[in-house]
Design a protein around this ligand. Structure first.
Ligand SMILES: [Zn+2]
Length: 172
């Protein structure tokens, strides 16, 4: 059987993986033994972990399922100058870009009762003094506050703290 190459030469970032159709994301180097899900939780963006060994001709993009990696080349096939993305240069995506929906709100959305559903902005402070703003779709302010406390307690938003020492709910 013919062995297909793991690395494909491309002249620009492919819109999707030509093999499996998945999204193409950046490879992040300098990641040690960090896993993709640890990275997603901490930095809130997708990436494929390149580890600490940067090859001499490094691929810089990968299929999000990991099936193929992509190396940038010039149209004549020679190596294009690339800048590898290092973990230390990755900035966390703000939590406010993500919108959570409470169970009560999604039940109402399911029944198309949109007038019972509202957008809230919830400002929280954890016991480690981490301050974040969350966007939560809920049926009322209390529901939004419960959801914020639950997200923090479950460690679902990549914070160190597990408790909210302060919660302020604002109508959007
Ligand atoms: Zn793929």
């Amino acid at each position: 059987m013919l062995e297909r190459p793991r690395i494909i030469d491309v002249t620009r970032k492919p819109a999707k993986c030509p093999v499996c159709g998945e999204r193409v994301v950046d490879i992040i180097y300098g990641t040690g033994d960090m896993t993709e899900s640890e990275f997603l939780l901490e930095y809130r963006c997708e990436g494929i972990m390149g580890g600490d060994n940067i090859p001499r001709r490094p691929p810089i993009w990968a299929c999000s399922c990991g099936c193929k990696r992509f190396r940038k080349v010039n149209p004549d096939g020679t190596d294009a100058p690339v800048k590898v993305k290092l973990l230390k240069d990755v900035r966390k995506k703000p939590l406010s870009l993500i919108c959570w929906t409470t169970e009560m709100a999604s039940t109402n959305i399911g029944f198309n009762r949109m007038m019972l559903v509202h957008q809230f902005e919830v400002a929280i402070v954890t016991e480690f003094d981490e301050k974040e703003k969350l966007r939560i779709t809920a049926v009322n302010g209390e529901d939004a506050e419960d959801e914020a406390r639950k997200l923090v307690a479950l460690g679902n938003i990549g914070l160190k703290g597990r408790q909210c020492i302060s919660v302020n709910v604002y109508d959007k």
